[in-house]
Design a protein around this ligand. Structure first.
Ligand SMILES: [Fe+2]
Ligand SMILES: [Fe+2]
Length: 334
């Protein structure tokens, strides 16, 4: 997972007024490289706004990966078969790996990952709103794989062409893994769809609860997304939030039909003139509430992350002490 185009807070993304002629020249050269699709690398000159936008976006993405492990972790001990448990464990471990690549990509921009963790644990950093919803039944695990990871792919495939090299390269491997996540989720949903009437009801109930929060994953509507235009100019973003949301709806409606599921939106219908599905208004009030910290599980998620951080303290300290001992032995031997 999962970026959300959460371009909501000030303090990032806006290009600074050039301070000097030299800076104006550098900035023009920078934009020329971007326009020519030349990747920006960590040691290249970049405008401060570009760096800040990337730090914000990549760290939100990293936080989303590791917070996203929690709702699924809730079902590891209750997976119905050994096969399902192995798949779920592998998927959750992948998400931890995604967090690691992304924190590393962020560090190439000159920020320390501990600083980023601290922002998350202090409740100052954002992560994808979707992980503040509870996983009430086993069907939720199928819906998350199929649709939450499916939405993540929609977001992340264009990020493989992001102008910043380390982020784009991290995305290539992440997208391959997300595609496995999406397929295992759909396969789980297929098993339930072909199961008993009770299993089918459970699946429909999960879709009913998750549908609108999943559409919120693409971020606020374009008219409320402050930095989209600048991010598109810098080729950090290739599509707007609304464009990605539309692509997602167009892709998943036929998949839902194949499962015999009903999308919980009375306004959803194919529009032959547009060549797209029309759909109803996303409940944005709920989105803003969850983003501001008042979703069903916000407190619980941060609490779990804080506990993991505290309980892992001795491991980090032991690893550092071990590394220090080895370094000392090596220098003594030399
Ligand atoms: Fe992921
Ligand atoms: Fe995933």
């Amino acid at each position: 997972m999962y970026t959300q185009g959460l371009d909501l807070v000030s303090g990032g993304g806006k290009p600074e007024a050039p301070k000097s002629e030299e800076e104006a020249r550098l900035e023009a050269e920078f934009q020329k490289k971007i326009d020519a699709e030349i990747r920006i690398e960590p040691t290249d000159w970049m405008p401060e706004g570009y760096r800040r936008t990337l730090i914000r976006q990549i760290s939100q993405h990293a936080h989303s990966e590791i917070v996203g492990m929690l709702p699924e972790g809730n079902w590891v001990t209750r997976a119905p078969t050994l096969r399902r448990k192995a798949i779920l464990l592998a998927k959750i471990q992948d998400e931890a790996g995604h967090g690691l690549y992304l924190y590393s990509a962020c560090e190439t921009l000159g920020v320390d990952r501990h600083e980023l963790y601290e922002q998350l644990l202090a409740g100052k950093a954002k992560y994808s709103s979707i992980f503040n919803y509870p996983t009430l039944t086993w069907a939720d695990i199928g819906i998350i794989g199929w649709l939450v990871d499916g939405a993540a792919i929609m977001n992340q495939v264009p990020l493989q062409r992001c102008s910043y090299g380390p982020y784009a390269r991290a995305m290539i491997r992440i997208c391959k893994e997300e595609s496995f996540h999406q397929r295992q989720g759909y396969e789980l949903c297929m098993a339930l769809a072909e199961g008993s009437p009770e299993q089918r009801r459970m699946l429909q109930d999960a879709l009913d609860r998750w549908w609108w929060p999943i559409l919120m994953m693409f971020g606020p509507p374009d008219k409320d997304s402050w930095h989209t235009a600048q991010s598109m100019k810098w080729k950090i973003k290739r599509f707007t939030n609304d464009e990605l949301r539309q692509k997602f709806v167009d892709a998943v409606v036929p998949q839902a039909e194949r499962l015999g599921l009903r999308i919980p939106d009375p306004h959803l219908r194919w529009n032959p003139e547009r060549g797209h599905y029309d759909f109803g208004e996303v409940p944005w009030d709920e989105f803003w509430r969850v983003i501001k910290g008042d979703g069903p599980c916000n407190r619980q998620r941060l609490e779990q992350r804080r506990r993991a951080w505290e309980e892992g303290r001795w491991v980090r300290e032991a690893a550092l002490a071990h590394a220090e001992k080895r370094r000392r032995r090596q220098s003594e031997a030399a």
